[in-house]
Design a protein around this ligand. Structure first.
Ligand code: C2E
Ligand code: CA
Ligand code: CA
Length: 279
């Protein structure tokens, strides 16, 4: 058997042969995590590949589980989507991230990142007046709309039952930017690029990984496409210096990955920003 299931109160743990432990969660536990203030937002810097201070940060949700430790979204977002709890979670993430971002602008001035990237799913975008909620959150936190980049995964847009054209137009009208996430792994990329008002594409991690091998580079193809459509491009998942070098020589302006920084709790990101400002 690939794994053996063992019951622990409230959760099922799957012990994989490789030593990984997966935690299956249900809506009740997720609700308790929201109400019990167990969710966290970590922030990963986006850096210019030519060097210099970070241009942006991406907000990434975490669950500080009392028993299992810090859980990444792959463990609990599927349940959140299934139960609809992604809506309150997403709202909490946006609000928390905006408040933190506003603080860094005060404490770090020009060394603070210029843009805040937040992930949203199609389910969230379909909520009535999603753009109204975003506008209210920006106003309440004092973050200018141009600072916010809403990231939507390619697969989310492709699976959405009704086109999200109207809500994306509303977000654009507010002044926020829109980024096409996980770009390059779907099959309807071209259609999407023409259908929606994107400002940026984020190269999927799996394509970043292939940027160094000898084969004709998909990373290069994606960049040419981005340039032709006048879109900013960010390579996600850069782990090695040789990947960064290759992406820079291809012409990628910006990247994100463990090579530069892992997703960090807000307090650690503030320290990181201070260190960046000093070099
Ligand atoms: P994503 O939007 O593609 O985010 C990038 C993921 O790659 C993050 O995983 C990040 O920690 C990871 N990553 C960054 N650099 C590297 C690297 O150099 N190497 C490797 N191996 N990984 C790297 P994370 O934080 O586990 O998030 C997974 C996904 O969950 C995100 O993928 C995003 O689709 C979703 N997600 C995260 N936070 C939220 C949220 O607040 N709302 C929604 N709707 N989705 C979220
Ligand atoms: Ca993202
Ligand atoms: Ca991804």
């Amino acid at each position: 058997a690939m794994y053996a299931a063992k019951k622990v109160p409230g959760t099922v743990r799957l012990h994989y042969d490789c030593g990984m432990t997966a935690v299956l969660v249900d809506g009740g536990q997720l609700r308790a995590a929201i109400d019990g203030d167990h969710l966290r937002v970590h922030f990963q810097p986006i850096v210019p590949l030519g060097g210099g201070r970070p241009t942006g940060v991406e907000a990434l949700v975490r669950w500080q589980h009392p028993e299992h430790g810090l859980l990444t979204p792959d463990v609990f977002l599927p349940a959140a989507e299934r139960t609809g709890l992604i809506v309150p979670i997403g709202r909490w993430v946006l609000r928390t991230a905006c408040h933190r971002f506003a603080e860094w602008t005060l404490t770090h001035g020009t060394a603070a990142p210029a843009s805040l990237h937040v992930n949203v799913s199609a389910r969230e975008l379909r909520e009535p007046d999603f753009a109204g909620f975003v506008a209210a959150t920006l106003a309440e936190s004092g973050v200018a709309a141009e600072r916010l980049v809403v990231e939507i995964a390619e697969t989310e847009l492709m699976q959405a039952p009704a086109p999200l054209t109207a809500v994306l137009a509303d977000l654009k009208a507010l002044g926020t930017r829109i980024s096409l996430d996980d770009f390059g792994i779907g099959t309807a990329s071209l259609t999407l690029l023409h259908e929606y008002p994107f400002d940026e594409v984020k190269l999927d991690r799996s394509i970043t990984r292939t940027a160094v091998d000898g084969r004709p580079s998909m990373a290069a193809t994606v960049l040419q496409l981005a340039r032709a459509l006048d879109l900013h491009a960010v390579a996600v998942g850069v782990e090695q210096a040789r990947q960064a070098d290759r992406l820079w020589s291809l012409g990628y302006p910006a990247a994100q990955g463990y090579l530069f920084a892992r997703p960090l709790p807000a307090e650690e990101l503030a320290v990181w920003l201070t260190a960046c400002a000093q070099v």
